[in-house]
Design a protein around this ligand. Sequence first.
Ligand SMILES: Nc1ncnc2c1ncn2[C@@H]1O[C@H](COP(=O)(O)OP(=O)(O)OP(=O)(O)O)[C@@H](O)[C@H]1O
Ligand SMILES: [Mg+2]
Length: 459
Amino acid sequence: MRLQSKIFIFFTVLLLLIAFEWLFFSIFESRVLQEEMSSRGSVLVRTLAQLSAEPVLAFQITRLEKLLDSMLEEKDVVHARVYNSTYTVLAATDREQEGWTFSGRIAHSMQIRSDGELMVARAPITAMDQNLGMAEIVFSLGTLKGKVSRSRAIFLAIFIGELLLAVAFAVFLEIQVIRPLGKLAAEVQEIRAESLDASLAPAPFSAKEISRLRLSLDDMREKLRRAQADVVARTRLATMGQIAANITHEIRNPLEAISGAVEIISTEPELSADSRESVAILQEEIRNLEDYLNQYLEFARPMPVRPVSTSVNVLVEDCLLLLKPLVRKKKVKLHTALAAGLPRCRLDVNQLKRVIVNITLNSIEALSENGALRVSTASRADGVEISVRDDGEGIRDEDLPRVFDPYFTTKSGGSGLGLPLSKMIIEQHEGSIHIESSRAEGTVVKVTLPADPEGVRDG
Ligand SMILES: Nc1ncnc2c1ncn2[C@@H]1O[C@H](COP(=O)(O)OP(=O)(O)OP(=O)(O)O)[C@@H](O)[C@H]1O
Ligand SMILES: [Mg+2]
């Protein structure tokens, strides 16, 4: 059963209970008031009967009339009468009624009757077991009815108030909880692999807890999207790696044979200058091909990480030393800012060198002459950050999400493996890599590596 239906049933039962409560109390209260009125009536009529006995015996009409008038002072009393033994009115508060004959049922004992508007209480007047007549008091039920209808009105007002409150609460539940929850459930149900990119739409007016739930679910969706993208990339990488490994294997041996043959030709003394130049080109291209194949191989069979405690600053300086000739050749203005006292990291030095060289090489390649290259290190909460910033040509917005895709390159001689390889190595070290870039300001690549858990720092 849907939550909405359950809540509807709950509120209906609640309202029925309230209505029943109202009905029960109004009936109950009217009964109690009626009983109270009857017992007051019987006390009063009995008193009248007792006090009337003597004046009836002595036929003292004036005394009886006074006694009856005094009854009128009692609350709700409208008439009072005293009858003689033949049930003729001896005295009445309404003097005109004196002499009338009684036509109702004679009360030989206490008698209370009510006819909606009036209540009549009758009691026999006796003296020494002799019947002398009957006392009668007529009460108005107006006050009692007023009381009952007043309390009914109060109950009704409370009932309407509770009803409004219940409706307001139901509306509040509907807007803040049920509707956003339903929307969220529908959206989560609709999530497909291909719709993982679209974030869950916020539901206005939803309760804070539901907004939090939506944010958590959206966060999960985002993580799922990333995990999915990661799986796709890894699968592609693995497939390509396998292909690359096969191709490398197939090409390597003939290439080695070609290399050996060219080596032999190069030692020929009678080679013309032109042929010697051609042989040199051949040798250079064979070397390039070998480098290229080696890079592929690294993808196919990633080298195991052999970490040792390393100073990141020393590592960066070593890489910059390697790149110095290129920096000089391109007249790049190199600024370094290496933070002192950095925590050491556990790194595979050779692999990390490849990463830093790859990234810095990309920056140098992106720079025009006299461009600026800034390499810095800093301590961060999650380890050590290496930042390589250039004010070069930058990366186009549409290319930025693809720079870690294997074989994505915008360079004519590029393999497009530099960044994916770097990412793979960094992730093997449980670090992270981020790129920010704009055509106007250039590119910054930030690599974060976890600090050595032993907490050793650079001296
Ligand atoms: N600092 C940078 N400035 C501008 N573009 C960059 C920068 N770094 C990376 N790129 C872009 O990212 C692409 C991929 O880089 P990656 O290092 O993976 O391959 P590549 O440099 O093209 O080839 P390889 O590194 O194999 O020589 C580059 O072709 C370039 O378009
Ligand atoms: Mg590169």
